[in-house]
Design a binder for this molecule. Structure first.
Ligand code: SAM
Length: 389
């Protein structure tokens, strides 16, 4: 048996592990077995580290076949492109911009989609084409449309899909517009995250249809929303689990440098000093960031780390009007805060944290989202309990 043939036995191991964990449901098993991940992973990759949002160094299949195969059949995401393809060097770029998603995430999102024979599905974010192939196997090529904004990724994915025997409709363009030419859809699945659900997705989904999309506020934290489209053109539903996807290109936050806020002066410039008993360390976990972001809009954190383990947590607003800093040092019970501008960003974050704490620190599964023509509102426990009244 050749080395490659031996390696091709690996998919079974991953399928068993995902079945055991409950991520791979029985109805998706035949598609998962028929469409092995390795057919959709490029020869040049940056393997993700399991359980971490970090990538290892570049791996070239021809040079390190064992490392490549191990990465493909590990339950972790694999970065396949940096910086929208502008970075081509041997190390890592700045922002990962395309990937083969973590298999557990692929399987659980497909399960949440709740497809049935004959359903028509729109996928946003073709990436490597693996998810589109799984959908095509299950529903038939004629029922799957997949949209990718990056021309090179779209071209490579189409070639891989064809080589594997699948011909869904592949579209190069901005997935925020959906694909009206083949609407309406029974299901929409996004494999890039949004901070605002494009209304075109709702308009192109049949009433009663489902949209599965990662959604995250500007502040941070992210979870998969499972929205049901109503007759009146609204969409609402719970978050079903945490996620960490790449952002839909047009919705990336423009994170201005701190110099833009200090306007040439030195920190803390005109910042007002205060102290807080809330540790900056307590507002940095994914779930609490999500809760804070649901209440504190248009602001984001940035950490400036120092060699001794201490750090400054910067908070800035997207409008470029306000900033705050909170200094973390181990072993302290009181932390120094500076705030400047019309928004008191640390105060906003601290108030949101207290709100979350008073409600017993809800996880993602207690939150939900309702989207209508004018607004997008997060709720807690019940669709009429908006977190911002
Ligand atoms: C996590 S990857 C998708 C993984 C993919 N479904 C797979 O099976 O390999 C996210 C993809 O979303 C794409 N993307 C980002 N913004 C987009 C947009 N506005 N329209 C369509 N695709 C977009 C990225 O270029 C990237 O390829």
């Amino acid at each position: 048996m050749s080395a490659d043939k031996r390696e091709e036995a690996r998919p079974q191991g991953l399928a068993s592990a995902l079945t055991e964990s409950g991520a791979l449901s029985r109805d998706w098993l035949p598609a998962f077995e028929a469409v092995p991940r390795h057919l959709f992973v490029p020869d040049v990759i940056w393997p993700g580290r399991a359980g971490m949002n970090r990538q290892s160094d570049r791996v070239i299949r021809a040079e390190e076949p064992d490392t490549w195969w191990t990465a493909v059949y590990r339950d972790a995401p694999i970065t396949t492109q940096w910086d929208d393809g502008t970075y081509t060097g041997p190390g890592k770029g700045t922002i990962p911009s395309s990937s083969s998603s973590m298999p557990t995430m692929v399987c659980s999102m497909l399960s949440e989609l709740d497809v049935a024979a004959g359903h028509r599905v729109l996928e946003i974010g073709t990436g490597t084409g693996w998810n589109a192939a799984l959908l095509s196997h299950r529903l038939g090529d004629q029922n799957v449309v997949t949209v990718e904004v990056d021309e090179a990724s779209a071209r490579d994915a189409r070639e891989r899909l064809e080589a594997a025997g699948y011909r869904p409709t592949t579209v190069v363009g901005d997935g925020a517009r959906g694909f009206p030419g083949a609407a309406p859809y029974d299901r929409v699945i996004a494999t890039c995250s949004v901070g605002s659900v494009p209304r075109a997705w709702i308009a192109q989904t049949k009433p009663g249809g489902i949209i599965v999309t990662p959604w995250g506020p500007t502040y941070g934290g992210e979870a998969v929303a499972r929205l049901t489209v109503a007759d009146d053109g609204t969409a609402s539903g719970p978050f079903v689990g945490s996620s960490a996807f790449m952002r839909l290109r047009a919705q990336r936050t423009d994170r201005k440098h701190v110099r833009a806020y200090l306007k040439g002066r030195n920190w803390p410039a005109d910042g007002g000093r205060s102290t807080t008993a809330l540790s900056p360390d307590d507002v940095g976990e994914w779930a609490v960031m999500f809760a804070i972001g649901a209440r504190v809009h248009g602001a984001y954190p940035w950490m400036e780390q120092y060699e001794d383990g201490s750090y400054t947590l910067w908070l800035r607003d997207t409008a470029g009007t306000s900033w705050a800093t909170a200094d973390y040092e181990q072993g302290r019970y009181e932390y120094e805060v500076y705030q400047s501008g019309p928004r008191k960003l640390w105060d906003e974050v601290e108030t949101a944290f207290r709100w979350w704490e008073e409600r017993d620190r809800p996880g993602f599964d207690r939150f939900g989202l309702t989207v209508d023509a004018d607004a997008e509102r997060v709720w807690l426990d019940s669709p009429d309990a908006f977190v911002v009244p």
